[in-house]
Write a protein that binds this ligand. Structure first.
Ligand code: GLN
Ligand code: ZN
Length: 780
């Protein structure tokens, strides 16, 4: 075989054994011990010493487990009580002014105050770590920021690992990425560029590196994932300067600069030339382009290359032979090649073998952190000793891949035939917007500035209790159904009484807007223990999009039509859109995302059709994730937006002209996807806008957005109740951008996290505001 040949050729020229390593491991522990200890500390049930000892125990267990699995060099410093970017903020002494006193008084309590805020002080802002579902705390910097080195935690965690007899490599967020992730501190001009602080932060990194070396680090890894995004020449220059300066230090460990999530592109020649001893690159998915790019710059002669050939973000077994072939090619391009997962294993669940409910035939396709670690070890061994040395592993892997490729779960001929038969007309409404709008106006007879909500009403303890009762067998399906119906009755009655125009059923039956549908679609798998950190102590269990997707039965029709039976006003059907279904799941890696999206879209299309058939006149398909899955590189965005918007239209365009399609997204910054929003061709879109004072309304207007829109007038992220005057003022601001005939009145997002008292008060005010402004429009 070709692989065997490549390996036998190259092993002669590279006698050093390839090492196996990873950049980070899930933090929470098998029994979610970390979450329990941290939350216990917050509640005062666990003291600081006990929390620290749980954390140290988890770190030791992870380190030992990795070493026992055959990992030659384990990471340290990847562990965190809350977030590793916040840890970096502590390491460089960039504690925001408002938190300094608390941190000085009690570093641990102060640390959590930065993460979560207190009655008196706001936390740091939280945002997504690149295009993952992990959220980090955003550093706040300004021209006055003074950095100082605090290496104690990093040093202590390295010493811990060394004391266990492990070979360890501290992992730090690199200085360039740290600055690029930061934002101007409150009170600092928005135009402030944190990268201007580079010369001030480098001495701090120099000090930390020296401390780590003194503590016994041979290598230190500096993570620079921000360099896989499009970067300006000035930013690339900053990266060049950073690593020239750090490389020139005399008292330092060897440096491994790591990137992941995509190809390095223009940053690759910069880092390849830098005076550092090693680079870690991602070779999975779109980042596989790093291979050709590396050859084009002449490789990394004399340097260490850590090759991320096992995808650290998906849940599937790797194609080991293919990975080995890539590694074989890389051997010719660097002084030494080691093997790793493409990124920290933080983004995958801990252990697939814990999933006792998953069919064993399918279980062998799955690879979580523990299994990925084993794959890395196998590949390192195969690279060093030749494919024959891992023949058993390779043949088991081949069999697992073959079983997946030929399984009826992954290949459903009916689903495939239907997806292949889709025509452009299927993804287009039968009438242009103007005709649809007239037909909808005639059918719905709504007042000017119609009022509505985004879908969910408070998910009360009683509702969660009903689901727990059902799971535990304390009530049966009928008993559960009865409780849900009772809730729908209450929600509908309240909305009528409040005077809302387009009602909802309130989504009481939904545990989660993606999971609910995943559980009802064939082709999706659920896990029992597949927890992944979303932020802090919040963990989610994303469903796994494992096979071809179909809908065995209607999923929501029963609830929507029950709600509709209780009122004469229109009740909106409520679905989660195809892009969001993909974004908040683990997706399959054996076909293009576009194909998976199309299958999900067709299943949703059936649901839309069924809702329409029972008389639903308004149907909302939520796509809150449309923007967050935008590819990191601008060049990849048009392709993504093309399939994403097509999938949305495919799910919504099978309806009659007088059925009104709504969509919803919850974020304020959407300037870069406004064309895509237009391309959804939804009749009405609701968006988050309250905090930004209707900025999105102005952006839509600037784009000449032709259809109806509901920029939110109530910020539902806090329990604060907006006054009728405040909501009216926002509405008037909306009217300056969007004409009254096309403006809706609604909150920013769903109400599931709110309590009933503030929900009632706020919606009453929202309706009052709509009435006031309507009266101003037609003084008669
Ligand atoms: N319809 C959903 C709800 O109201 C939308 C949630 C969301 O935008 N994330 O909860
Ligand atoms: Zn929302």
């Amino acid at each position: 075989m070709q692989i065997a040949k490549e390996i036998s050729v190259t092993t002669r020229t590279a006698p050093a054994a390839a090492q196996a390593t990873v950049y980070g491991y899930p933090r929470q522990g098998q029994g979610r011990e970390l979450k329990k200890a941290v939350e216990g500390y917050w509640k005062g049930r666990v003291d600081a010493t006990a929390l620290r000892s749980v954390a140290a125990g988890l770190r030791a267990a992870n380190g030992r487990r990795l070493a026992e699995a055959g990992i030659d060099e384990v990471p340290t410093g990847d562990f965190s009580l809350y977030d590793h970017v916040l840890d970096t903020t502590v390491m460089v002494g960039a504690i925001p002014e408002r938190h300094r006193e608390a941190v000085a008084a009690d570093p641990l309590a102060g640390y959590f105050a930065m993460a979560r805020g207190t009655q008196e002080v706001a936390p740091l802002e939280m945002t997504k770590w690149f295009d993952t579902n992990y959220h980090y705390l955003v550093p706040e910097l300004g021209p006055g920021t003074v950095f100082s080195a605090h290496s104690a935690r990093q040093v202590a965690e390295l010493r811990e690992a060394l004391a266990l007899g492990l070979t360890a490599r501290p992992v730090l967020v690199g200085p360039v990425t740290y600055l690029l992730l930061a934002k101007p501190a409150p009170g600092v001009a928005a135009g402030f560029d944190p990268l201007t602080l580079l010369d001030r932060i480098l001495p701090v990194y120099a000090e930390v590196l020296a401390d780590l070396r003194a503590a016994g680090a041979e290598w230190v890894q500096l993570d620079e994932p921000a360099l896989v995004q499009d970067r300006t020449p000035a930013e690339l220059n900053a990266a060049a300067r950073a690593y020239r300066d750090l490389g020139a230090l005399t008292d330092r460990p060897k440096l491994l600069v790591a990137s992941y999530f995509d190809r390095l592109g223009d940053a690759l020649p910069v880092l390849a030339k830098a005076p550092v001893e090693g680079l870690a690159l991602d070779f999975t998915g779109p980042a596989a382009a790093n291979l050709d790019d590396l050859a084009a710059v002449g490789g990394l002669p004399g340097k260490r290359l850590v090759a991320g050939v096992v995808d650290g973000r998906n849940v599937w077994v790797a194609d080991l032979e293919k990975a080995l072939a890539t590694l074989g090619t890389l051997l010719g391009l660097a002084g030494r090649v080691d093997v790793a997962a493409s990124c920290s294993l933080l983004h995958v669940p801990l252990d697939a073998s814990a999933e006792k409910d998953v069919d064993p035939q399918i279980l062998r396709w799955l690879s979580f952190a523990r299994q990925k670690t084993a794959e890395v070890v196998t590949l390192a061994k195969g690279l060093s000793a030749g494919a024959a040395a891992v023949a058993g592993e390779l043949s088991a892997n081949r069999a697992a891949l073959a079983s997946r490729a030929h399984s009826p779960l992954t290949r459903n001929p009916d689903v495939r035939a239907r997806a292949a038969a889709v025509t452009p007309a299927d993804a287009r409404r039968s009438e242009a917007y103007a005709e649809r709008a007239a037909a909808q106006r005639a059918r719905l007879r709504l007042p000017l500035l119609p009022t509505t909500t985004i879908g969910s009403f408070p998910q009360t303890a009683e509702l969660r209790g009903a689901r727990a009762d059902l799971r535990a067998g304390r009530i049966d399906a009928d008993g559960y159904e009865e409780r849900i119906r009772a809730e729908i009755e209450e929600v509908v009655a309240y909305q009528e009484e409040a005077g809302l125009d387009v009602l909802v059923h309130g989504e009481p039956e939904r545990n989660d807007m993606v999971q609910y549908f995943a559980e009802r679609l064939d082709g999706y798998l659920a896990t029992r223990h597949g927890w992944v950190q979303s932020y802090g102590t919040r963990y989610v269990r994303p469903p796994i999009l494992a096979g071809d997707i179909s809908r065995p039965a209607p999923m929501t029709v029963r609830w929507t039509s029950y709600a509709q039976s209780l009122t004469d006003r229109p009740v909106k059907g409520m679905l989660t859109g195809p892009v969001t279904m993909l974004a908040w799941s683990f997706v399959r890696d054996d076909q293009p995302l576009a194909d998976t999206a199309r299958q999900v879209a067709l299943a949703l299309r059936d649901e839309v059709t069924d809702l329409e058939a029972v008389g639903t006149s308004v149907i909302q398909v939520d796509e809150p994730a449309l923007r967050e899955t935008l590819p990191l590189r601008a060049a990849d965005r048009p392709g993504y937006l093309a399939w994403a918007t097509e999938a949305f239209r495919l799910s919504t365009c099978g309806v009659r002209p007088d059925t009104q399609i709504h969509t919803h997204m919850c974020y304020a910054e959407f300037g870069d996807i406004v064309q895509a929003i237009d391309d959804l061709d939804a009749d009405v879109i609701s968006l988050e806008a309250a905090r930004s004072h209707m900025q999105v309304a102005r952006e839509l207007a600037a784009h000449d957005y032709p259809r109806e829109a509901g920029p939110g007038v109530w910020d539902i992220h806090s329990p604060r109740v907006p006054s009728p005057e405040e909501a009216a003022a926002l509405l008037r601001a909306g009217l300056r951008a969007i004409p009254a005939e096309r403006l809706w009145v609604n909150p920013d997002c769903g109400l599931k996290t709110r309590g009933w008292p503030e929900t009632r008060a706020s919606l009453d005010h929202l309706v009052a505001a709509a009435r006031t402004v309507r009266a101003e429009l037609s003084p008669s």
